[in-house]
Design a protein around this ligand. Structure first.
Ligand SMILES: CC(C)(COP(=O)(O)OP(=O)(O)OC[C@H]1O[C@@H](n2cnc3c(N)ncnc32)[C@H](O)[C@@H]1OP(=O)(O)O)[C@@H](O)C(=O)NCCC(=O)NCCS
Length: 176
């Protein structure tokens, strides 16, 4: 994907050396409160970046000033391709949260999708309890289109019963 530049950030495809900055936050348990999985090791971080270097599904968000990767965006083209729809997601390093960086990066990516990729629609899902996530989506102009009850689960209780979570569905159309 083309590199995107915003006032504070650079958004671009991953390079192998990103593994270190990625590991800094994907090794923290709190990052997974509303996400599947759990803290990953150094070797898993290296392998993950290697995989993500091939393709546009995951994009590095770097501070222009220091070059540090402070988070990443998920940007996945939904099948069938003729629907011209992409799903947006994001994870940022807690040390850099609440500075407006996710909003700045997501707004730039969505703008790029509509202008350069001719996207018809951008979608996103998040847990209603994940306030910072849906706040970002609303700040970039996405509309809450639905509230799905007990849509899925990432974990189980000690007896193996699913811990179901609800999900908000957000969307934005090209000419909205
Ligand atoms: C969601 C996430 C990417 C947001 O990143 P960020 O860089 O902090 O986002 P921004 O700073 O652009 O915006 C966050 C907004 O949420 C608000 N916020 C944060 N915590 C909040 C809380 N507990 N209650 C209410 N608002 C909250 C901030 O004030 C800010 O809004 P504002 O600009 O109106 O003040 C980040 O919190 C994260 O990585 N979380 C863990 C992974 C995750 O859950 N990803 C999303 C899965 S759907």
């Amino acid at each position: 994907m083309k590199k995107l530049i915003t006032p504070n950030l650079e958004i671009r495809n991953h390079i192998p050396s990103d593994w270190k900055d990625l590991h800094e936050y994907l090794s923290l348990p709190e990052i997974y409160k509303f996400e599947p999985g759990g803290p990953i090791s150094v070797s898993e971080s290296r392998a993950l970046i290697k995989k993500r270097c091939n393709g546009d599904d995951f994009l590095a968000v770097k501070l222009r000033e220091s070059g540090k990767m402070i988070g990443h965006l998920y940007f996945h083209r939904i099948e069938p391709e003729r629907f011209l729809t992409w799903e947006l997601g994001f994870i940022f390093n807690p040390d850099y949260q609440n500075h407006g960086y996710c909003t700045e990066a997501s707004a730039a990516l969505v703008r790029y999708a509509f202008e350069a990729l001719d996207a018809h629609k951008i979608t996103a899902y998040c847990n209603p309890e994940n306030t910072s996530s849906w706040k970002v989506l609303e700040k970039i102009g996405m509309i809450r289109e639905g509230h799905f009850k007990k849509k899925g689960f990432f974990r189980t209780d000690p007896n193996g019963n699913p811990l179901w979570h609800d999900a908000y569905a957000y969307g934005m159309l090209k000419n909205s």
